[in-house]
Design a protein around this ligand. Structure first.
Ligand code: 13P
Length: 340
């Protein structure tokens, strides 16, 4: 295991107030998003959309790394240049989603376990040889008044830790993503309790599996009210609760925390990240940044609609969101930026 390579890669991913662009939607998820907008659900359309993203001019000014999906990492630009080379030439570090999805956890109605450990060592080796330098695995933690169960949290944390150790063996920085879902009626206080417990469980397992904390990036949810909770927490409450939760649970050895957006609007996700950095940046041991999918891509996808004529306006929308979230990493984002 090359500890130096791992910690250098992890630090590079969060350096300079940049963050990650998650473009690793599985084929079914990508198709679902396309279907909502009437875009054909074909490999050609997925290739065209991903080409639009990786060739957006100046993307690297705000984005340090891009998370790809197995189909995407093997795709090329129309002119035959592999996406991996396009990213590399732009100075964007390529990453790869390696879990195979969340399945029902036996004997735990409503709860999920993420799969993908079988054969993972060989897949990681191949991705490293192709040029990937980091990986992603998402655990889904379902929340309500009674869930998650301790056993679902433990099973998911154990899988995350096994994955993380295998990644580090292969020279890939693991993005460790235990996502407490936004779906539900729960309060943000309940989300705080569950997120705290989940992160504590994850770090116990990471330590047990001998994962080097300097060579990971944590990708958590922010502490938010459930989407159907009648009382939505304010930006101030989200900021305070999220930072409190991270201070209590995430060791200072971890170089960076890159949030998922989880279904928040792009503006709200940016505002939350911004206030955290504006208030607390000088006190934080880790970089607080982003690894958003929807909160960076959604406006671009809606503009593109599968039409070549909309390609450059879609790219402009993508670059705008990337600029806004990097500003949020500096505590310099404001609503006014949305009207520029
Ligand atoms: P969202 O930002 O859309 O939540 O996606 C992040 C991600 O990569 C989920 O695994």
């Amino acid at each position: 295991m090359n500890n130096q390579l791992l910690s250098e890669t992890a630090r590079a991913l969060v350096a300079d107030d940049k963050g990650l662009l998650a473009m690793d939607e599985s084929t079914p998820t990508c198709n679902k998003r396309f279907a909502t907008l009437g875009i054909p659900q074909t490999e050609e359309a997925r290739q065209a959309y991903r080409e639009l993203i990786v060739t957006a001019p100046g993307l690297c000014e705000n984005i340090s790394g891009a998370i790809l999906y197995d189909e995407t990492i093997r795709q090329q630009r129309q002119d035959g240049t592999p996406f991996l080379k396009v990213l590399d030439d732009a100075g964007i570090i390529p990453g790869i989603k390696v879990d195979t999805g969340a399945k029902n956890l036996a004997a735990h109605p409503g709860e999920k376990i993420t799969e993908g450990l079988d054969g993972l060592r060989d897949r990681l080796k191949e991705y490293f040889q192709m040029g990937a330098r980091f990986a992603k695995w998402r655990a889904m933690i379902v929340i309500d008044d009674n869930l998650p169960s301790a056993s679902a949290m433990e099973a998911n944390a154990h899988a995350l830790a096994r994955y993380a150790a295998l990644c580090q063996e292969a020279g890939l920085v693991p993005i460790v993503e235990p996502e407490v879902l936004m779906d539900g009626e729960h309060t943000f206080e309940r989300c705080l309790t569950v997120t705290e417990e989940s992160l504590r469980t994850v770090f116990i397992q990471l330590n047990r599996q001998r994962v080097m904390l300097e060579g990971i990036i944590l990708k958590p949810n922010m502490v938010l009210s459930g989407l159907k909770c009648p009382q939505q927490a304010s930006t101030d409450e989200v900021t305070t609760a999220t930072v409190k939760c991270l201070f209590r649970t995430v060791p200072a050895a971890v170089p960076g925390i890159a949030f998922l957006s989880g279904g928040q609007s792009p503006e709200l996700a940016s505002a939350h990240l911004n206030l955290m950095n504006f208030r607390f940046k000088s006190q934080l041991p880790w970089a607080l940044t982003f690894s958003f999918a929807r909160a960076i891509q959604q406006p671009a996808l809606e503009i593109w609609q599968g039409k070549e004529a909309n390609r450059s306006s879609a790219q402009m929308a993508l670059l705008h969101r990337a600029k806004c979230v990097r500003a949020a990493c500096r505590g310099e984002y404001s609503e006014a930026m949305e009207n520029l």
